[in-house]
Design a protein around this ligand. Structure first.
Ligand SMILES: [Zn+2]
Length: 178
């Protein structure tokens, strides 16, 4: 695997490698630049630490991306969660390719979803760091009147399908009614 790089701007944190970076022509020379902010300096990014719980969280993201409105999927790219060597969890956006620090309480730069999905990412973060299981009721939750569909706008069939897929995963609290 080619070396992972991250844009050096803290507010950007685009991640990729030199083949996915943009290039700027400067006469006979080419400079790699960040596709998000056009900055031309990068950090080398160490490989993320893979734990069983990280894999379980990413399995949930994958399940969500395969149904309905395909949350966390954009043009074939699926968002991922990663753990760093300090035990902190990062969300790599499917859309902006930005690495988002999930322990940050302020606005998440590069995160292109609303508060409901941010809360879900925080729940996945807590599963990774503490093992806290996620209730199935968090997955495509129904509105207070179920006739009005699910909060995610997946639609009745896709909402049922994504809940059924999620219910099989170790990150979901077992023995609860959907
Ligand atoms: Zn950048």
């Amino acid at each position: 695997m080619s070396q992972r790089i991250e844009c050096s701007r803290r507010t950007c944190r685009w991640t990729g490698n030199y083949s996915t970076a943009s290039k700027r022509d400067e006469g006979c020379m080419q400079t790699f630049i960040c596709p998000r902010c056009q900055c031309d300096t990068f950090y080398d990014l160490p490989a993320p630490i893979i734990t069983e719980r990280v894999e379980h969280a990413n399995a949930l993201i994958k399940a969500l991306s395969e149904h309905g409105r395909k949350f966390f999927e954009y043009k074939g790219t699926i968002a991922t969660l990663e753990l760093d060597k300090n035990g902190k969890v990062w969300f790599v956006s499917e859309y902006s390719k930005a690495r988002v620090y999930t322990h940050y309480r302020g606005q998440w730069s590069g995160f292109h979803h609303g508060g409901t999905l941010r809360d879900l990412v925080c729940a996945m973060r807590d599963y990774i760091t503490k093992g806290t299981l996620i209730p199935i009721g968090w997955i495509a939750p129904n509105r207070s009147n179920p006739d009005n569909g699910d909060i995610w706008g997946y639609g009745k069939e896709a909402a049922a399908a994504v809940r059924a897929a999620a219910a099989q995963l170790p990150i979901i609290k077992q023995g609860e009614q959907a």
